[in-house]
Design a protein around this ligand. Structure first.
Ligand SMILES: [Zn+2]
Length: 62
C-alpha cells in the first residue's frame, strides 16, 4: 500500500498541499479509516457527514 495520504481534520477532505482546498484548514491527520467519494453534494452521504462539496473524503479520523 502506498504512503498514507493526509486528510483535513475539519472536513475530512484529502489534501495534497499545505492548506485544505475545501475549508481552508491547516490541520491534518494521516490516521484515518475508510474513504468515500462524494459525487454530488446533495447526496445523503454528504448531508450525513456535513460535507460541503464534491470530492474524496475520509470517513473516520483518529
Ligand atoms: Zn478541510
Amino acid at each position: 500500500m502506498a504512503v498514507k495520504r493526509k486528510v483535513c481534520v475539519q472536513c475530512h477532505a484529502f489534501v495534497e498541499g499545505s492548506k485544505c482546498p475545501v475549508c481552508g484548514g491547516t490541520q491534518f491527520s494521516t490516521e484515518w479509516r475508510g474513504r468515500v467519494f462524494i459525487l454530488r453534494r446533495e447526496s445523503r452521504v454528504a448531508a450525513f457527514m456535513g460535507i460541503p462539496q464534491e470530492g474524496e473524503y475520509a470517513i473516520r479520523i483518529r
